[in-house]
Structure formats: C-alpha cells, structure tokens
Design a protein around this ligand. Structure first.
Ligand code: TRP
Length: 328
C-alpha cells in the first residue's frame, strides 16, 4: 500500500488567540485533511521567541493554543500535535540551512523587511521555517497567502541541498489556501481580520457568546438597506454574508435570497446567532480542555514521540551528507 502523503503545518502561539479568519481559513482545513493525509501539526514556539514574549504569557498562550486546536478539531488519534521546541532537530537543521542561505537572499524576505530590522532571530525566521518543513519530508504545507515567500525559500533551500549533497529532502508543493473565505475586520471591512489589529472588529474563537453577538451587531455596514453581495460597494454587508454562509454551510447566493427585503438589523442578529451556534461545541470543548493541563501535556508528549523519530532520521542523513562525523 503506498504511504499517504504527508502534510505539515505550524502555527505560532503568541497573540491573543485564534480568530474567526484563522479558523475558517486554516484550522478547519487542517481538521478536514486528517482523514486523507498523514498530518503533523506543531506549535511554532521557537518562532514566537523572535518577539521576546513574557515567559509566563508564552506558557499560557501555548497551552491555550493546544486547547484551541484540539477544540477546533485537530484529533491526536489521527495526527501528531507537538511543540517545535520539544524536537531539538529543528534548530539544528536551521543552522545547517542557514549556512546555505545567502545573506542577500535572507535580507530580501518581505516579512523581515516590513518589520524594519529587529533581532537576528527574526532574520533567521524563514530559515527555521524551512527546517521545520524539510525535516519531516513533507509533501504539502497548507499555509495562507502571506507565507508563500517562506515556502518558496523552503523549496529553494531543499533543492540547493539536494543538488549539492545528493537527494536528501522531499521538496514540498506549495499548498496555499486560496481563502475564498477571506474574512474581513467587522469594524473595518476593507481590512483583513487580523490578530495584531485586534479591537471590536475581530471575533475570537474563544470569547463570550455575548461579546461575539455584540461585535457582530455593531459591525460597520454600508449605506443602502439591501442585504446584497457586492464587495466593492458593500464590503461590510458582503463580509457578514460570507460569514453567515460559512457558519450555516450554505452559499452567499442562498443568504441573499433568504434575507431579501430584510433589514440590516435583523440580518446581523441572524449572523450573530449562526456564529454563536457554530462555535458552541468548540467553546464547550475548549473549556474542558483548558481545565486539564495534564491532558494537554500528554498530547504534546505523544505528538513528539511520533514526530521525533522522523526528524532524527532526517538529521542522521543530513549530518552524514555534509561530512560531520557520526558520534562514536
Ligand atoms: N510562519 C508561520 C506563520 O506565521 C508559522 C510557521 C512556522 C509555519 N513554521 C512553519 C507554517 C512551518 C508552516 C510550516 O503562520
């Protein structure tokens, strides 16, 4: 039987938590991929160090993220869920790859340029990400559009290593999630919903139902009164229609039919109810999980037990290819 294709993705623990856009754009797809692929998901806690987080907060946010991912459908009986920092081969391979990365090449990465400098960790961020991916011989890396350049660098470094030292790495296919489900900020519907922006336009997966309802009811809407899908002329209403369609598993066209002739206020009430209902099982499960840190730790332990042998085997090969002596 041919082995299943391997999917790998990572997510940083820092930030206030996951929002509706993360859920619909990424995590829901991860959950759906678990039956068809061999999936490895990890918490990119080493990447988070580039913003030098407060240690107590980092620990809490890491536990929160594990609980969120499990509540959103990542299933440890199907997939490995682990912490990057529990697998020392990540920084080890990152060092090897950094010696194959041009200074200019790394300097051209947009994410680094946009931050306008910073620490050396931030400069090396994409190289560590390449190591994350190549270590596991992953075929597919589901990521958002903003990660495309990092995937390209990963492919370049994998190919460079393979042509210099012989075939060692699987060069992954880009699997950029074209989010037809690109969710906009409720208070600023021409901007993407984002963690860093925060504020009243961001719906957190984990928050009070009341907070969710309030934010949706206060969402910026457009002039006019028709519940009509028109992203250019009615970005606010169109965003709410997208959210409603996804939350109730229908199409935007269906939403438009259902709310023809209805007032904005009624429509917003319906969107709020739909989102609260969609998140109800996730929020319930999250509350149980976050109260059980022993279980969360055991998930990471088992995840690492699955992931580590794959990473270790790759590194045995890498060390040999580049001419490091094997430890006696
Ligand atoms: N840079 C990714 C992000 O911010 C997180 C990440 C780190 C990642 N390593 C990865 C994603 C490896 C995919 C594969 O979203």
């Amino acid at each position: 039987m041919p082995s299943r294709r391997r999917v790998l993705s990572g997510i940083q623990p820092t930030g206030a938590g996951k929002h509706l856009g993360n859920y619909l754009g990424a995590v829901r797809h991860w959950a759906a991929m678990q039956d068809d692929f061999e999936c490895l998901f990890f918490i990119a806690d080493l990447h988070s160090l580039t913003i030098t987080p407060d240690p107590t907060e980092l620990r809490a946010q890491t536990r929160k993220l594990i609980a969120e991912l499990l509540a959103m459908g990542v299933d440890p009986s199907k997939s490995a869920l682990f912490a990057q920092s529990h697998i020392p081969e990540h920084p080890e391979l990152a060092w090897v790859l950094s010696c194959l990365t041009g200074f200019g090449e790394a300097s051209r990465m947009t994410q680094f340029k946009e931050k306008g400098g910073g620490n050396v960790g931030l400069f090396n961020y994409p190289v560590l990400q390449a190591a994350d991916i190549l270590l596991y011989q992953s075929h597919m890396v589901p990521v958002g559009e903003d990660q495309r350049q990092h995937l390209e660098l990963t492919r370049d470094l994998g190919q460079r290593f393979n042509s210099r030292y012989g075939d060692t790495f699987t060069v992954p296919d880009p699997y950029v999630q074209k989010s037809a489900e690109r969710i906009k900020d409720l208070a600023d519907p021409t901007a993407k919903m984002s963690t860093s922006k925060g504020g009243p336009g961001v719906l957190w997966v984990i928050e009070d139902d009341k907070a969710t309802t309030k934010k949706i009811k206060s969402a910026v809407t457009d002039t006019g009164r028709e519940v009509e899908y028109d992203v250019a002329a009615k970005p606010g209403i169109s965003n709410l229609m997208t959210i409603h369609a996804i939350a109730t598993a229908t199409s935007v066209e269906q939403v438009q039919d259902d709310f023809a002739g209805k007032m904005y206020g009624d429509f917003k009430g319906a969107v709020a109810d739909a989102v609260v209902e969609m998140f109800a099982p996730v929020r319930k499960r999250y509350a149980e999980l976050i109260a059980d840190p022993g279980y969360l730790d055991s998930v990471l332990r088992e995840g690492a037990a699955t992931a580590r042998p794959i990473a270790a085997a790759t590194m045995v090969d890498v060390r040999d290819r580049i001419g490091l002596l094997a430890p006696a």
